[in-house]
Design a protein around this ligand. Structure first.
Ligand code: KIV
Length: 264
């Protein structure tokens, strides 16, 4: 069993093979996802919403993410593990390096930051200190109050051009993966084709290099709300392992996401 690395994820993109990914927060689910063959697991700050019942991700702390990262790492043998840097945990270089060190020591192999070109120095500083970085553009939930809600981004031509330029700036700064959230499918395709690094979509259409879903959404157990871009695989299969396996195969063969789970 070969461990998934940032290089093998890049090779998948180069070979035109889709990357499969889910969020994970504990050892039991991590082990199950790993055994089903998921490529990557993200300890997302979505844990604030799906585990803690918060309205958004802003109250999540570095200690929260580190706790769940240690749990996921213990359950993982093969998949690539990355962890979110929570809201305001990368506001200054000192905070950034100390907090990234905490998450890497907890078992992450990469950290994810939300934002565009303003993160350039942060990304290169982390890379120089041995920390690989994943970017996150589009609907970046830590900026929900700037957006005025959880809204699709990049629908206007000028916004789409701006997001493409931001994605290219992040790649130039040194990110090795990009999460692209809630953008029209056409923009998901444009950005994925424009970048050398893999682009993992969530609500970004079928043409990104891979897909990620919040595990609670994929099982259809998120309280109160099911995003349009997600699909309830547990309802379809009636079994958690089969749900994960079906999600993986539908991402791999391009069946998921269909137009029903994408934005125009
Ligand atoms: O926090 C999270 O789970 C995420 C995913 C939505 C990509 O950032």
């Amino acid at each position: 069993m070969k461990k998934v690395t940032v290089s093998s994820l890049l090779k998948k993109k180069q070979a035109g093979e889709k990357i499969t990914s889910l969020t994970a927060y504990d050892a039991s689910f991590a082990k199950m996802f790993d055994e089903q063959g998921i490529d990557a697991m993200l300890i997302g700050d979505s844990l604030g919403m799906v585990l803690q019942g918060q309205d958004d991700t802003l109250p999540v702390t570095v200690d929260d993410v580190a706790y769940h990262t240690r749990s996921v790492r213990r359950g993982t043998s093969r998949a690539f593990v990355l962890a979110d840097m929570p809201f305001m945990s990368y506001a200054t270089p000192e905070q950034t390096y100390a907090n990234a060190a905490t998450l890497m020591a907890a078992g992450a192999s990469m950290v994810k930051l939300e934002g565009g070109s303003w993160l350039g120095d942060t990304i290169s500083g982390l890379n120089q200190r041995g920390v690989p970085v994943c970017g996150h553009l589009g609907l970046t939930p830590q900026s929900v109050h700037v957006f005025g809600g959880f809204k699709v981004q990049g629908r206007e031509a000028s916004q789409a051009e701006h997001l493409l330029a931001e994605a290219q700036a992040l790649e130039k700064a040194g990110i090795q993966l990009l999460v692209l959230e809630c953008v029209p499918s056409s923009l998901g395709k444009t950005i994925s084709e424009a970048l050398t690094i893999p682009v993992i979509g969530i609500g970004a259409g079928k043409d990104t290099d891979g897909q990620i879903l919040v595990m609670h959404d994929m099982f259809g157990i998120s309280a109160n709300y099911m995003p349009k871009f997600s699909k309830n695989y547990l309802k379809e299969t009636g079994d958690m392992r089969e749900a994960v396996s079906k999600y993986i195969s539908e991402v791999q063969d391009g069946t998921f996401p269909s137009a029903e789970h994408s934005f125009e």
